[in-house]
Structures are given as structure tokens and as C-alpha cells.
Design a protein around this ligand. Structure first.
Ligand code: ATP
Ligand code: MG
Length: 345
């Protein structure tokens, strides 16, 4: 019996943030290590997704390996055979399946994707690539090619997961059972629990989430920031004029965000932070505590990162990629046979 597949990826388009660390990497590693006995875990670096919007290509190659290093520094075990760590572009079947699925995907269907509408509203026409339009199909291929059932998705990806289900059902309806249909969004949320709701906010504008592709990066703590610089970002975080430390996302988003960050860094509950600092009037003193904690965290994380051994990572990537090429190849062949590109076995 093959084990059901859990699949998760993190785009390598920039250095990762404190938000990605606590909201993405840590829960992912925690889930992977907890579930590895009963599930096949596919953790992949979606490198082909990295340039749906323009990037500096001279940095991409390093960034890809760097993402793997970040996982390892954050605690991902490399010696567990149930956990696969691979680079998407090293398994060409992803791209080949994408093309086939493209031809069964409606232009109108893709045009309705809200991520596409949101992203294109923000960038100039000249920067809107067909890749940006099309990437939900690549994402569907990433999932369907391994028959993945569980995929942790944030809010901005739920529509794409629905699309992956739609296209799987469409192809199955037309050609017979080709694909495992991923579980619906609600089931995904049940499966992964509610930690998906964590949102660290931008330090400069605490009404929007901290994001690795933010233009200025002034309110963003990157894992690669010099600890001193990160501390300065915390010291200049936007707060309010109430002069009263309290957890109140609505009226005091800046202070609430700092409370959340401190709680995460110390590994305690927000209530514990509020119990310690709540009611205080001096935001500067509180920021200093948070800044010191951020500094200590980054120094520690960066020294763990420096100690990560690239050769071990590359060996793991290559082993996983070889295994994934076999699995993906089987699905691709089934699809090629179904659409008439290959003789039926
Ligand atoms: P981009 O700007 O490229 O969309 P991002 O920082 O929003 O980058 P994503 O690649 O969209 O990052 O998300 C990667 C993972 O990090 C997801 O699991 C997402 O839920 C998590 N994540 C992203 N931003 C935050 C945040 N501010 N707080 C908590 N979790 C976050
Ligand atoms: Mg995002």
C-alpha cells in the first residue's frame, strides 16, 4: 500500500521573512516530522514558480539552495525517507503535465482567478506574463502528478486548490480514473489545524501582512537581515498614540503585532506577554525587549544556517529527485496514454 501524499512548497523568490518562518516553515516541518510514519511528505522548492513575476535571475540559483538550507536550519530532518525534498524543475514531468492540462483549461476559467487579477492590478501590462496567468495549472500539475491529497493552502491559494480539484475531476470524467482528487479546502483546514491563521504584520504598516515581496522591506524582518538592522526595524515599528500596551488587533495593530512576535520568539502564549507587559505606557521600552529578542533569534538562526552542510543537502535533493522522477513519470505516462500520445499499456 502506498501512503497518502502530503505536499507543500515554498516559493524561492526572495529571502524569507519572520512571517514565513513562523507561519510557513515551522508548521511545515512540525507537520512533516509528525506525519512521516503514515504519509509520504513531499516538500518541494517550486523553482519554476519563482519568475512568474520578474526577478533578478543572477540570484535565483543561489536562492533555491538557500531555501533548502533554511528548512534544514529550521529543523527539517534529512535522514527520513518518508520526507522528500526536491526542486520542481529537476522533475521535468511537472512541465509536461502542465502543457497537457493547459489544453483542457478554459481561458475564462484562468481569467477569473483572483490572485491573477490582484497581482496584475499592481504591476504594469508589460510585466504581466503568460506564466503569471498560467501558474495555477502548473500548481495543479505539481499536486496531481504525485496524487497528493493534502496540501496546506493559505487563503490566497484556496481558489487554485479548487482549480486543481476541478481539472482532476474533469480529466477523470473524460478519460477514466487518472488522478487522485485532492481533498477540498475545508478538509484541508481540518487536517492541518488552525495554525494556518497566523499572520505577522508589516512593522511599518501593521494593517497589511509582512510579505517577502514587499517593495521597501522597511517593515519586513528577513531571516538574512543583519541582527542589528532587524532590531532597528523593530525600534521604528509603527504603533499608536494610546500609550497602553494591550492586545487589540483592531485598534492597536502595531503593538498587537509586536506582542505576537515576542510570544512566538519566546515560545509562549500571547496572554503570557500581555500578563508581563500589559498596561505599560512606554512603547519604547517594550520595543527594546522585542528588538533584543529578534536580534538574539536572528544571530542564533544565522549561526545554525552557517553550520548547515551543503553536500548533505544536495545529496538529499538528488535522492528525492530520483525517486520523484519515477513517481511523476508513472502519472505522466498514464496521462499521455489517456490523451493518445503513448500506446496504451
Ligand atoms: P509573497 O509576497 O511572494 O506572496 P509571502 O511572504 O506572502 O510572499 P508566501 O510565499 O505567499 O509568502 O507564503 C509562504 C508561507 O508563509 C505560507 O505558508 C504563508 O501562510 C506563510 N506566511 C507568509 N506571510 C506570512 C505572515 N506575514 N505571517 C505568517 N505567515 C506567513
Ligand atoms: Mg503571499
Amino acid at each position: 500500500m502506498t501512503k497518502p501524499v502530503i505536499l507543500t512548497g515554498l516559493r524561492a523568490n526572495n529571502d524569507l521573512t519572520l512571517g514565513n518562518y513562523f507561519g510557513g516553515i515551522l508548521p511545515m516541518i512540525d507537520m512533516a516530522t509528525r506525519s512521516a510514519d503514515d504519509y509520504q511528505i513531499n516538500m518541494f522548492i517550486p523553482d519554476l514558480h519563482s519568475f512568474t513575476t520578474p526577478i533578478d535571475h543572477s540570484k535565483l540559483h543561489d536562492q533555491i539552495l538557500h531555501n533548502a538550507r533554511l528548512y534544514v536550519a529550521a529543523g527539517l530532518p534529512l535522514d527520513n525517507n518518508s520526507i522528500n525534498l526536491y526542486r520542481q524543475s529537476y522533475i521535468p514531468a511537472h512541465s509536461e503535465l502542465t502543457w497537457i492540462l493547459d489544453c483542457f483549461t478554459g481561458f475564462g476559467e484562468m481569467s477569473r482567478m483572483t490572485q491573477f487579477k490582484d497581482k496584475t492590478a499592481k504591476i504594469g501590462d508589460a510585466q504581466i506574463s503568460v506564466g503569471l496567468f498560467n501558474y495555477p495549472v502548473l500548481m495543479a500539475a505539481d499536486i496531481l502528478i504525485y496524487g497528493a491529497k493534502y496540501i496546506p493552502v493559505g487563503e490566497d491559494q484556496t481558489q487554485h486548490l479548487e482549480f486543481a480539484r476541478d481539472i482532476a475531476e474533469r480529466m477523470n470524467g473524460r478519460f477514466g480514473e487518472l488522478f487522485t482528487v485532492p481533498e477540498p479546502v475545508l478538509k484541508q483546514h481540518e487536517f492541518f489545524g488552525k495554525e494556518q491563521g497566523l499572520r505577522i504584520m508589516d512593522l511599518q504598516d501593521p494593517t497589511k501582512k509582512m510579505s517577502k515581496s514587499d517593495d521597501s522591506g522597511k517593515g519586513v524582518i528577513f531571516l538574512g537581515d543583519a541582527p542589528e538592522d532587524a532590531a532597528k526595524k523593530v525600534m521604528s515599528a509603527a504603533t499608536d498614540s494610546l500609550a497602553h500596551i494591550a492586545y487589540d488587533r483592531e485598534n492597536q495593530p502595531g503593538i498587537s503585532n509586536l506582542i505576537e512576535i515576542l510570544a512566538l520568539l519566546r515560545g509562549v502564549r500571547k496572554q503570557d506577554i500581555v500578563a508581563e507587559f500589559g498596561g505599560g505606557e512606554r512603547y519604547g521600552d517594550f520595543k527594546k525587549v522585542v528588538a533584543e529578542e529578534v536580534k538574539a533569534f536572528l544571530s542564533d538562526f544565522q549561526s545554525r544556517l552557517a553550520a548547515v552542510d551543503d553536500a548533505t543537502i544536495i545529496a538529499k535533493l538528488e535522492t528525492s529527485e530520483a525517486a520523484m522522477r519515477v513517481q511523476a513519470g508513472e502519472t505522466l505516462l498514464r496521462v499521455q496514454q489517456a490523451v493518445g500520445l503513448r500506446a496504451k499499456g
